[in-house]
Design a protein around this ligand. Structure first.
Ligand code: TXA
Ligand code: MG
Length: 352
């Protein structure tokens, strides 16, 4: 299959390009498109065969359900039933935006979307291209992140192509996804609601609306539970680069010291060592032949999140054997960053 690539303006999408992409969705084809979090791989969310094609292209197991993307609240009541009031309040505060709600599935939603569960994940994205596409298709669009299963999510069209070229019909290239980590997944059926995956909407923001919101612990031993049964897609290793990623946790200075020690030891035995994301770490490695990911601004969690996956991909492309990274705390976007680093990691070094 030849994958068509069309450029599209992120804030003023060309209506002709949107119409073409919407027609592809209506015909059951696969269209990758930018959202504010990461690129999605979209198909008609009401067409089981089209959704099945997403799983085939990504090599994703059918046990991992996908999110339905909508552009109006009217669609919400078509796709979910017995919607609790708290869900409307969350939607009112955070949609359009990086929040996904787990709700009770309407019979209209094909089982392949929800991996056979009675629960469906729904989100209204904020990206003008995504909203325009959903509206023009006049359909909910099922879309996981547009990467091969288990790999890092794409924040650029080039990342989508490197994983999926020849396997999907169309890529809308709208530039960089500005948040860079996926949406926050909230189980809106539990009382109080439970954060199943930290993401672009922070726990601090959620707490302003729901003071007692629960955050599911994210360790391999304690897989967070969806409303019923484990939330799929919460595999131990996920969102991972090809190189071995080593995550250093604990106080920054300790973590930096341990990273330098490992860089010295590993480069001495001929390993290609990459350092992920922190501009502030660069001077520490002055005399060590390591490679760096893209530029980062110190103490700006937004920038770190936006460059996290691109950084992993760039170090992979530079040929890193191992990637060293430290955490950024658990406040605000730090929690989502920690979550993704944790699951990308082959090894955790506790430096406290
Ligand atoms: O920001 C995002 O959420 C991006 C963009 C494209 O919207 N999408 C994304 O989709 O990250 P995906 O498929 O890579 O991740 C969806 C997450 C998975 O962790 C999945 O297990 C969870 O949502 N999920 C989906 N349906 C669910 C359900 N019915 N119950 C529990 N968890 C569900
Ligand atoms: Mg994904």
């Amino acid at each position: 299959m030849k994958t068509e690539v069309l450029q599209i303006h992120a804030t003023h999408p060309d209506p002709g390009v949107i119409r073409h992409a919407a027609r592809c969705i209506q015909e059951g084809k696969l269209v990758a498109f930018p959202t504010e979090t990461v690129y999605g791989l979209g198909a008609n969310g009401l067409d089981a065969a089209a959704v099945a094609r997403i799983f085939a292209a990504k090599q994703r197991p059918f046990s991992d359900p996908v999110i339905l993307h909508i552009s109006t609240l009217k669609q919400l009541s078509d796709l979910a039933v017995e919607i609790p009031d708290i869900a409307y309040r969350l939607a009112g505060s955070f949609w359009p935006g990086p929040l996904t709600l787990i709700l009770k599935r309407s019979p209209r939603v094909p089982p392949v979307v929800t991996a056979g569960l009675d629960y469906v994940a729904i989100r209204m994205p904020q990206h003008p291209v995504a909203l325009a596409l959903i509206e023009a298709a006049n359909l909910p669009i099922a879309a996981p992140s547009a990467n091969l299963f288990g790999q890092t999510s794409p924040t650029l069209a080039a990342h989508v192509l490197s994983d999926l070229e020849g396997k999907i019909d169309l890529v809308l290239d709208g530039g960089q996804s500005w948040i860079g980590v996926e949406s926050t997944v909230v189980d809106a059926l539990s009382a109080p609601p439970v954060v199943l995956r930290p993401g672009g909407v922070t726990v601090e923001q959620l707490r302003q609306l729901i003071p007692d919101v629960v955050v599911a612990r994210r360790t391999p031993a304690e897989t967070p539970q969806a409303h019923q049964g484990a939330s799929p897609g919460q595999l131990e290793k996920h969102y991972a680069p090809h190189a071995r990623l080593i995550l250093f946790t604990g106080p920054l200075e300790n973590a930096q010291k341990a990273m330098v020690e490992m860089a010295v030891a590993e480069t001495a035995v001929g390993k290609q060592v990459g350092v992920l994301v922190a501009e502030q770490d660069k001077p520490l490695f002055d005399d060590i032949p390591v490679m760096f990911s893209k530029r980062f601004v110190v103490n700006r969690l937004e920038e770190i999140a936006a460059e996290l996956y691109a950084g992993m991909r760039s170090l992979d492309e530079q040929g890193a054997d191992i990637i060293l990274a430290h955490e950024y705390g658990s406040h605000d976007l730090g929690l989502a960053i920690y979550d993704r680093l944790y699951r990308a990691a082959s090894e955790i070094r506790d430096c406290s």
